[in-house]
Ligand binder design. Sequence first.
Ligand code: MGD
Ligand code: MGD
Ligand code: SF4
Ligand code: MO
Length: 900
Amino acid sequence: MTGRVATTCPYCGVGCGVLARVEADGAVSVAGDPEHGSNFGRLCVKGAALGETVDLEGRLLHPQMRDANGVLHRATWDEALDRVANGFRRIVDQHGPDAVAFYVSGQLLTEDYYVANKLAKGYLGTANIDTNSRLCMSSAVAGHKRAFGEDVVPGCYEDLEQAELVVLVGSNTAWCHPVLFQRIAKVKEGGARLVVIDPRSTATCESADLHLPIKPGTDVWLFNGLLVFLFQHGVMDAEFVDAHTGELNAALAAAAADAGDPAQVARICGVQLGDLLAFYRLFARHERTVSLFSQGVNQSSSGTDKVNSIINCHLLCGRLGKPGMGPFSITGQPNAMGGREVGGLANMLAAHMDLQDATHRDIVQTFWSSPRIASQPGLKAVELFDALLEKRVKAVWIMGTNPVVSLPDADRAKRALQACELVVCSDIIERTDTNAHAHVLLPALGWGEKDGTVTNSERRISRQRPFLPAPGEARADWRIVCDVARRLGFAEGFNFESARDIFVEHARLTLFRNHDASGDVPAARRLLNLGGLGSLSQQAYDALQPVQWPVHEDGTGTHRLFGAGHFAHGDGRARFVATVARSPANAPGREYPLVLNTGRVRDQWHTMTRTGKSPRLAGHISEPFVDMHPRDALHSGVREGELARVHSQWGAMVARVRHSGGILAGNVFVPIHWNDQFASDARVGGLVNPVVDPVSGEPEFKHTPVRVEPFAVRWYGFAFGRRFLPASELSYWTLIRGDRFLRYEIAHRERPKDCSAWARAWLGAQDADADWLEYEDPSTGVYRAAHVVDGRIESCVFLSPRPDLPSRHWLAGLFARQPLEPADREGLLAGEPPGPSVDVGPVVCSCFGVGRNTISEVIRSKGLETAAQVTAATRAGGNCGSCIPELRRLIADAHAASGV
Ligand SMILES: Nc1nc2c(c(=O)[nH]1)N[C@H]1C(S)=C(S)[C@@H](COP(=O)(O)OP(=O)(O)OC[C@H]3O[C@@H](n4cnc5c(=O)[nH]c(N)nc54)[C@H](O)[C@@H]3O)O[C@H]1N2
Ligand SMILES: Nc1nc2c(c(=O)[nH]1)N[C@H]1C(S)=C(S)[C@@H](COP(=O)(O)OP(=O)(O)OC[C@H]3O[C@@H](n4cnc5c(=O)[nH]c(N)nc54)[C@H](O)[C@@H]3O)O[C@H]1N2
Ligand code: SF4
Ligand SMILES: [Mo]
């Protein structure tokens, strides 16, 4: 494919290879890279929409600094870098190195991460550098270290295809790692079994043979019970356990103490005994079992124990390091793994070495020839923001993460930044909830512009390559760090000319005092070893093909580790960990009777700074919602489609009530994505309990006691405009980007006395000659108006006392049409499309814009039985396949409705 640049998707940890090209009209087109071993040409809908997210609208293109009056102004790079360097220098001189901190991200490239970590730990001398991976993977990291002696994912994606049984624990793989899920779905066709363990019934469950909707937080009981069951039924690889592991007895005793009786485990986990035993038997029976886990496991106050309780079961059966089996921590961000490799967590050093190990400190400091080396673990994310609030830390440099949205107790995080003397933010977007508190804003290069490497969930290092010019004055994150380091007087450690220079240094550090010449393994041996990559030329770096570490001297990679039973603990043995089951930190009670679970939706990425730009991605789920059981809605006095306020002890938010049918009574689910840039009051992080796992420091994002109550409004409505509308004056709003328009879902506590006057002012159509269409029915309280300019629709607003407003779909289409037909004008007044009504319903297939009603109608009328038939009939699911689980659900629903 000529002119295509092979690069890597910047979203999830699947790490798909992407071929990107700038077309003649300037548009960016992307396709899956058929050669890339992670996706073999597939992309999910977020990857497929990448081209819609790389425009420069909203980009931060120049450095900015806040003046004494609190106003941000454009600054030169010299001014901005001086302010950062001088500020950090002054604070370190006055208060010591631990008075400054870095808060970085699993979305930085390995090279960026490496220099940030080097600056903090080797030059400033503080380990106060933590990352959003603390919120994401740190329980998996801690679990791996306890079990294996090093943070290693033993297997690879192929194992999922070779497995007889795939167990998905706390993972909505269908939505969060869609391409990997497609690989899993394929093996299912070959007869493999799929078990999903998740309190919610998600899109992932559509393909499952067995779904265990466990009570939130009870995973350790479940897996402790499994360990006892396997042991009692003799499903154990005694030879492996004897030769290669330690401390089984302690683990068994702990497990038997609280989970020895399956009937009791079933009660505690809230599942049917029969289902529990069915899972235990499936696990017992299938040698080739992969247990893939994600945030339902990690993000818990017992996250590390959850991880080890899963690994224990695999160790007992010797099921890891061989084809088709193993515990598998699936990573969230594109470079969660790379960050771990360079030591981006506050309790790690670099190249998988430990801060608290004097030999490791000596290795790293010697290699760096650095003036100092941090010797005490730094502050973990949540502690770091506490320290900012208490002014123990006085300067923080935030790179590539949006903590005012994504931290637990996020309002406290906001106050922490307000209290901080110097807040520096490197970002690609100008306006974010976090940047609102920056004293210095530094424009970074984004995906498509930046150059470096990322490592995916299966240890595969892939290149991100630029195919777009650097916009404005933006610079690579690594370059910005080096610019500041040089100003701090550390030129000798940061004279890097390119990402390749940094990568090569990182690769060499992984080798340094790792193997000795005789091939013997010295005491400080680490499995993370980039062997042959330590001498890559620029040309070789540019041509680097995806490769899984450890990388041998000849440049070949490693699919699996631990197959030979050698682990990274000093004695070469893996460890069973005694995991004592315990409940989540805070139980629901009278004041806060429901449990808040938070997570992701299919078509948005985190705080929406990039996916929020794409009209295609906005169609699937366009508003923040609180998904709840109808019984709880009744008790809470709220109704589907209306607005509700969700409260916890820490904060509150407003969202639309929804009944997906997948939520257990007693629980609610709220997506994490919406924030102050996209909605009036929907930052769920403000509600989340900041309690953390005692070992990993990872917050309990999946379990906060809350209360839901009505959010009373006098009218509901929606509006479309070609420009931003003054939504912030309303009680409720959400912003949705469309093709050539912006859409707002709105509501307000008071009904305007004069709707017409209000609408004209709000839409900016006060001119007496304005082409203005308007309809009002005082008996029902319905009002609608549209402003037409030069024959084209400019804006419109629809209001009603109830949330049952007309379909937005046909209105969106009017923005593409010019000029309006007379029938369109009539439709606007009538509040419905002219001609036969074609409400296609909410978008299910974002690639082809196919709506739910269309799909359900075809399933019904043609009696379709399979997702493939639906694709043939409607195209839905025919591109990226992300919606196939939802197609299955619609088929099942249609059959249920017709009683088949
Ligand atoms: N579309 C999309 N994809 C993404 C992302 C995104 O923002 N959008 N982000 C990426 C990132 S960084 C990450 S970390 C991953 C996260 O990927 P996932 O972990 O798959 O996603 P989540 O939605 O956070 O949560 C997973 C599931 O855990 C369940 N759960 C909650 N409590 C428990 C419990 O106690 N036990 C069990 N067993 N399950 C529980 C939830 O109901 C939820 O369905 O996704 C990555 N992929
Ligand atoms: N309630 C709740 N909260 C959660 C979670 C949850 O499940 N529930 N999950 C947690 C998890 S797993 C994660 S990973 C976090 C994610 O949370 P965040 O990391 O806060 O979310 P993002 O929106 O990915 O933030 C990335 C920021 O970096 C910017 N950016 C993008 N590319 C670049 C670049 O190349 N350089 C620089 N300098 N900036 C860039 C983006 O514009 C954006 O502002 O959220 C955590 N918070
Ligand atoms: S599964 Fe989707 S989001 Fe994840 S890397 Fe692949 S294309 Fe990107
Ligand atoms: Mo994550």
